[in-house]
Design a protein around this ligand. Structure first.
Ligand SMILES: *Cc1c(COP(=O)(O)O)cnc(C)c1O
Length: 448
């Protein structure tokens, strides 16, 4: 019920549009495109200020693993809050950061036993790039300072991370600020022609990469990839064969492999680390997004003993002198530890196999829909593309689809002509079906 004083107060969304500059948004589009004010979340559901429920099928930008307001993560943060909320990590340490580092290292069976912390994903990418570059200087190969990234790859939007990102809309305005990089073909399985498999596409992409490495390896420090799924690049999926081939090429040409698992890590791909599908380990592995369960900004870059030891010296300058104020924040680490507990006690990776087949069933309709192509799935990511012949307007499609999905009570944010879902790992079978039906209804309306 509205009280009198509320009537004079402009709506929350209007105040937000006046005072908040929203991310990844052309603000003017909000003249016609809804802004949703969320005041509560529970499980997979978000609630707006009027109490309308929205199924969060994209895990709030791929961060939320175990639902909103999860009692166990809430409790872990509350417990930590009673002890120490934050302390600098230079010259100091604390129990949650030690335990988290040990447990993550163990998940890589000790292959990536050193964990460097930051707050957001892009900074973890910057750390990997800087460490690689610095490592080669320390090892008498200062000419090795260029990076290779993949066509259609995304690694964040600070200047270093943006330089290795190949998404035109994010780069265009800033091109002159960005360092020069080599861009290698994406192994995107959608490129397969008749009779070609995803492995064929992977091998062809690796062959082109090999030619680049053979010619330029003396100046290449590292290659950065998103293992198995280029998420921001329309959920382009590819064969693990590519990762195996790249690992071998990196070994042969003395080039670091950076696996950016910020989106695909933490069980999203079906294994805890997506690299495990290829049975390889990179030289650097970045995590963020899901690692704190979608609660607090936390990111990290894991690396090997070999890299770590190169920096270990009597010389201060030979150290890795990078830092962020909130590096290794105890509350965020406590949230991450609660997530790792849930992974263990609830057998999340095994259960996700069932979850992902429920997800596939909920979207079975799209497999046979004549307007749709490239239906694909990797663990808890499902995506498909709308054929260009079926689309009236590609540039307005994502917003129209978002708006029509809101009316059906689900949150969806298509990327271009790609519709995808990437839900928290806690949806019931009914919630999955609700999601599939809602998206289909909205889709039919948009294309009608
Ligand atoms: C989201 C993302 C990033 C950037 O993380 P931020 O926290 O948004 O800076 C980097 N790499 C990948 C693969 C991502 O999906």
């Amino acid at each position: 019920m509205k009280v009198i004083s509320d009537l004079n107060q402009p709506a929350l969304v209007d105040r937000s549009l006046a005072a908040v500059w929203h991310p990844c948004t052309q603000m003017k589009q909000h003249e016609s495109f809804p802004l949703v004010a969320i005041t509560k979340g529970k499980g997979a559901w978000l609630y707006d200020e009027h109490g309308n429920a929205l199924l969060d099928s994209i895990s709030s930008w791929w961060t939320n693993l175990f639902g909103h307001s999860n009692p166990r993560i809430n409790q872990a943060i509350t417990n930590q809050l009673e002890k120490i909320e934050h302390v600098m990590l230079a010259g100091f340490t604390h129990p949650p950061v030690v335990e988290l580092s040990e447990r993550l290292s163990k998940l890589t069976r000790g292959n990536l036993g050193h964990v460097f912390y930051a707050s957001d994903g892009a900074s973890a990418v910057e750390i990997a790039l800087k460490m690689s570059h610095h490592f080669w200087q320390l090892n008498g190969k200062p000419k090795k300072k260029k990076f290779v990234c993949l066509e259609n790859g995304y690694h964040g939007e600070t200047l270093g991370a943006l330089a290795v990102t190949d998404v035109a809309i994010f780069r265009e305005a800033y091109g002159s600020l960005l360092q020069d990089v080599f861009t290698a073909p994406s192994p995107d399985a959608r490129k397969a022609k008749h009779h070609e498999s995803a492995e064929d596409v992977a091998r062809a992409a690796a062959n082109t990469l090999e030619a680049l490495f053979a010619k330029e390896h003396e100046q290449i420090a590292a290659i950065i990839v998103e293992p198995l799924v280029q998420c921001a690049g329309q959920m382009a999926m590819y064969s693990p064969e590519y990762l195996r081939l790249v690992r071998a090429l990196c070994d042969r040409y003395e080039i670091h492999l950076i696996a950016d698992e910020i989106a695909v890590g933490c069980g999203r791909s079906g294994k805890f680390f997506a690299c495990e599908h290829a049975e390889i380990w990179p030289d650097f592995l970045t995590l963020s997004k899901g690692i704190s369960g979608g609660y607090l900004p936390l990111s990290l870059c894991m690396t090997t003993d070999k890299i770590y030891r190169a920096f270990y010296s009597d010389q201060t300058r030979q150290g890795f002198l990078h830092s962020h104020s909130y590096t290794g924040n105890p509350l965020a680490c406590a949230a991450a530890l609660a997530c790792l507990d849930i992974f263990e006690s609830d057998h999340v990776l095994e259960n996700n196999q069932k979850q992902s087949s429920d997800l596939a069933n909920a979207f079975a309709w799209a497999k046979t829909d004549q307007r749709i192509e490239h239906w694909r799935q990797q663990g808890m990511i499902l995506a498909f593309d709308i054929k260009s012949s079926a689309l009236k307007n590609v540039s307005t499609f994502p917003r129209e689809m978002f708006s029509q999905c809101l009316k059906e009570g689900v949150l969806i944010r298509p990327i271009g002509h790609t519709i995808y879902v990437m839900p928290p790992y806690i949806l019931s079978k009914q919630e999955m079906m609700h999601l599939g039906v809602a998206v289909q209804k909205a889709f039919d309306r948009v294309l009608a």
